[in-house]
Ligand binder design. Sequence first.
Ligand code: G3I
Length: 363
Amino acid sequence: MLFTLKSVIPFCLLLSLGMAVISCTDALPEEKGLKDWSEFPIGGAVNIEAVLEDAKLQQIIKQNFNSLTATNDMKMHHVLDADGTFVWGKVDTLVAFCKKNKQHLFGHTLIWHEATPAWVTEKAVEDSLWLRDFLKEYVTTYVTHCKGDVVAWDVVNAAFESHGGAYRESVWYKVLGKEYIADAFRYAHTADPSADLFYNDYNIERDTIKLHSVLKMITALQKENVPITGIGFQMHLRMDVPDETIAYALKKAADTGLKIHLSEVDIIFNTHNDRKYGGQQQYETLTEEMKQRQANKYKNLVKIYRTTVPKEQQYGITFWDFTDRDTWIRSFFKLKDWPTVFDENLNPKPAYYGFVEGLKEQL
Ligand code: G3I
């Protein structure tokens, strides 16, 4: 039972004390979830083995999402073994799970520096021609295997540095130049012409220099007729990013005419330096006031998406991990935070209801 009285009552009490602005008068009927309030797909990122072992997670997923993304299971270092052979087990399990639950599977991600195995980097440095061939073969084999099952791909992820306008000095860029990006899109499109193909990146909702550099690249790809469908804003958001800044970024991106996917949404209170274990703890506990502020931020994010991105370009919103129990933020940054819409006990937070309000509000 997801929306039990037990989970709703404390929130209502809070409201009656006059502390909250997000209303719970519309407590959701049990059979309804986020996807049912939305005109665009709502997704969640999952670790498929963990999901299969956890009935409550499965219930949340079925109730709320019509799209799934793998947090790690579809990355290069997970699907290739040490001699370069594809290991399809988890990919095929994800495909079967999504088919059974009538959910889209979003492929994350074909080319990402962090998921490039060390042996690929070593060979690439020795032999640039090898990397060129490997790129073509990897993308072609992978997308062909998933043809018709994976509806969309983050073809290239985070090809720019965390901040500023420079291409990331990854092995792909250093050995092949920026052309590897266009090539990856072309290979993916040839392998499955019906798949939607995205360029995905982070900090572009708040770093305007990075945003403009990414958009310059996107415009160049469009001019060269590279088959790109959309732009993914990872949207690992911080409470202190002004709504106006987010709106500006989404508007600029939508001006390209491409679809816009909020692909990895979460909202933190603390900060970090974008690097592993780089968390900077400012808030030690989550207060009711913070929960309400976060609920409003989620609500505003949905409203900004709905009002800034034209309907036909709204590809959807995907949560990156969706419980404070499982969030990557805590282990990756060594940071105690509460970035998601479900709490440690997998009950919906005010953030969940804020998100619903953002979906439901008449604009
Ligand atoms: O599986 C090992 C475990 O055996 C070991 O004990 C533990 C010790 O640290 O590490 C575990 O692996 C971790 C893995 O997640 C699985 O939990 C890695 O250290 C950790 O680096 C890895 O982090 C993932 C990260 O990508 C890097 O691959 C996060 O789960 C995942 O959420 C994150 O996802 C990325 C997106 O793909 C792209 N956008 C940014 C986003 C967040 O970094």
